[in-house]
Design a protein around this ligand. Structure first.
Ligand code: BDP
Length: 699
């Protein structure tokens, strides 16, 4: 048997509390297959059955009744209950792929057939999600396959504590689960618990260190590789591959070469040798993540070479070993002259990368932030996504809430990500963003190369906090990211249902309906609520410089980092039109280039991103810009106050410690939202001199 159970009692189980395994654990379950991932499934099943009185059946299988068969395709003949129905599928694979599975009923047995070991693991957690419904005689037959092959998290974890950023850059959940004070943390139980959570929401890759690579971090590639291998060993049984952020200057800082020029022979052979050594230690190593020529990081431009030269250098070293390079497109000038109205940070990624389409090797994935600027609450979808048909693209999200309340505010990001993934850059007839990162080819005359697609990546939000994310409700963002990467068409509210039922299992709650209703009421619209009381109508960065928390309307307005709202006494917004502005709208294909160009057709929520308009400009909603600012800021705060009151209904209904943690955070959110409201309203009142039409007090 397997006496061991996963997880760690001192840590909140997030979406895998033992109670979530009750339906499965009280049944007779047969696991069929071999290998490390199958062992993981067996461990889960054995533990759940011992906890809830079921029975884990082991091979050789005798003809006893079974409630659930979890079978790996091709692991020899299928066990009896599954044989008849599934034998043909066992032969052909039935299009399940490595990560897919089929769930069906055969007689009185629920049968899951997985295409590969990872599919068995994902199937197991799917059964957990279904709970009792997995054993319903009317269970419909369904095939499940991830839409995206690459579903990845980037940890911005520093190995050595950074003087400004701390242990985790933009981390709001305590220290790193991997590193502490310059070395590995070696809390393998915690990493194992993490791997389990990742598998249970479908994530299959992580990078373990910050994209800003300091001296200590750089050495993970060479002398400290063992520390990375240790993490990879722990995560492997959960189907999670490990990647590393590397510095482009590695041949100089680690290899002692005089140059890191990508066309230099010695540089190329250094990368080839170093990469081979990585694979000797970590045979399933995922590849490199690179932030080059961005915010002070070294890169190929130093040597007069292009980003394609730089990316291809690493790709060439990785290709024979099966690895990829995630090359980030987050490149812009952060030392610009803010008085020069022609410079526009929004243009930068496209200007740098679109001309390079077709020049990247096939194992380069260009990783593009979802918006043209930087993870703001509201941005248009990046035009780079539509501009590089011959390049593998990944879209990057931010699960860590740098600009969305830093895990002190409730801000459920599922709806934002769903909107981005469903956006159609070529208009109604064209593909969605999700289809682009899935590698689906365009149809019709403009048919482009069909590639494997770069998938979805997000900056991680966990730390060593007992609730993983600081804010217990922020767990839902991590869960939702994984689920949307698996199936970008899922409804964010339905994902939240899954998360609520797993995290607060109905069988362990006195009033499950109240829990569901309350959490939905607080979270469903929380992203839009956050938007209401913060920067209005698509202007960004009204935050405190540096830490990016709380309001400072002019914080970046006159700064070389280059983000502006251009508010003056007459109006507000950035003119990014081709007619009179920075020409950014030109970076979009039709129809968006025209839709965004005119204030008549530009969606309200992005108006000030694209246009500088007078305060009395009338929105499609019928309100003027200035009145919209006042109204949304008052409304946003009222909604946060209502969230706080709602949450009190759950006192005594859910775990008191968790309840109290959320109460504390909501307390801060109320204060912070009022501060935002007052700063923003007062600022625009003073600039414009226009009083609130509803006579509320603004100073
Ligand atoms: C910005 C963060 C910064 C990151 C940068 C990046 O403020 O800490 O290093 O993104 O994505 O949003 O590289």
């Amino acid at each position: 048997g397997h006496p061991h159970r996963f997880g760690e009692p001192s840590v909140h189980p997030a979406w895998l509390p033992s109670e979530a395994f009750r339906a499965l654990g009280s049944r007779r379950v047969l696991v069929h297959g071999d290998g490390p991932l199958v062992d993981t499934v067996e461990t889960e099943v054995t533990w759940a059955c011992s906890r809830f009185g079921g029975q884990a059946l082991v091979a050789p299988y005798r003809d006893e009744p079974v409630d659930l068969v979890l079978a790996l395709r091709w692991a020899g003949p299928l066990p009896a209950p599954a044989t008849r129905a599934l034998a043909p599928l066992n032969e052909t694979g039935g299009g399940l792929g490595d990560e897919g599975f089929l769930l069906t009923r055969v007689g009185d047995t629920t049968v899951l057939l997985a295409g590969g070991p990872a599919g068995l693991l994902y199937g197991l957690y799917h059964v957990v999600r279904l709970g009792e419904a997995a054993f319903d005689p009317g269970l419909p037959t369904r095939r499940h396959r991830p839409a995206l092959r690459r579903r990845m998290l980037d940890h911005w974890d520093n190995v050595a504590v950074h003087p400004l950023m701390g242990q985790v850059e933009r981390g709001y959940a305590g220290g790193s689960i991997f590193w502490r004070n310059g070395g590995p943390r070696r809390d393998l139980a915690r990493i194992r618990a993490y791997g389990r959570l990742l598998a249970a929401c479908g994530i299959n890759a992580i990078s373990v260190n910050n994209v800003n690579v300091g001296g200590t971090e750089a050495r993970l590639l060479t002398e400290r590789l063992g520390d990375v291998a240790e993490i990879a060993d722990v995560l492997r049984p959960f189907g999670v591959r490990v990647h590393l952020s590397v510095t482009f200057a590695a041949p100089v800082v680690l290899g002692g070469l005089p140059t890191a020029d990508p066309l230099d022979e010695k540089v190329r052979s250094w990368w080839a040798t170093t990469t081979r050594q990585v694979y000797e230690r970590i045979p399933d190593f995922g590849g490199y993540v690179v932030k080059a020529d961005s915010e002070g990081q070294p890169g190929p431009l130093t040597y007069g070479r292009s980003h394609a030269d730089g990316a291809n250098l690493l790709a060439e070293a990785l290709a024979p070993l099966g690895g990829v390079v995630h090359w980030r497109a987050f490149v812009y000038n952060h030392r610009q002259d803010w008085r020069d109205r022609r410079t526009d940070r929004a243009r930068a990624a496209y200007d740098h990368f679109a001309p390079l389409d077709g020049e990247f090797r096939t194992n380069v994935i260009l990783q593009v932030k979802y918006g043209p600027i930087d993870f703001q609450t509201r941005e248009p979808v990046s035009p780079v996504i539509a501009a590089m048909p011959a390049t593998r693209l990944a879209v990057e999200m931010q699960v860590t809430q740098e600009y969305t309340g830093q895990q002190r505010h409730v801000c459920y990001l599922g709806p934002l990500w769903r909107e981005i993934l469903g956006f159609r850059p070529w208009g109604e007839e064209g593909r969605t963003v999700a289809a682009v990162v899935a590698g689906e080819p365009a149809q019709g005359p403009t048919r482009t190369r069909s590639g494997p697609g770069g998938g979805l990546v997000a900056v991680a939000n966990v730390g060593d906090d007992p609730y993983w994310c600081g804010h217990p409700l922020a767990q839902a963002n991590l869960y939702a990211f994984g689920r949307l990467a698996w199936d970008p068409e899922l409804d964010p509210a339905a994902i939240l249902d899954e998360w609520i039922d797993l995290t607060f299992p109905p069988t362990a709650t006195e009033d499950p309906a109240l829990v569901r209703e309350t959490v939905h009421a607080i979270m469903d619209d929380s992203w839009r609520t956050y938007e209401r009381y913060t920067a209005p109508l698509g202007v960004g960065f009204m935050v405190n410089p540096g830490n990016h928390y709380g309001p400072q309307v002019d914080g970046y307005e006159y700064s070389p980092w280059g983000t502006y709202h251009f508010a003056d006494r007459d109006g507000v917004g950035v003119d990014r039109t081709r007619a009179t502005g920075t020409g950014y709208t030109d970076q979009y294909p039709w129809p968006w280039r025209d839709v965004y160009e005119s204030p008549e057709t530009c969606p309200d929520e992005l108006l000030l991103f694209f246009h500088h308009v007078p305060y009395d400009h009338v929105l499609h909603s019928g309100s003027t810009v200035i009145q919209h600012i006042y109204d949304t800021h008052f409304a946003g705060v009222e909604q946060v106050e209502a969230m706080f009151r709602r949450w009190q209904l759950l006192a005594g209904v859910i775990d008191p410690a968790l309840h109290e943690r959320v109460t504390d955070r909501l307390d801060e959110q109320v204060l912070s939202a009022r501060e935002w409201r007052d700063h923003v309203n007062t600022y625009f009142f003073r600039k414009s001199g226009v009083p609130d039409a509803r006579g509320r007090r603004i100073h």
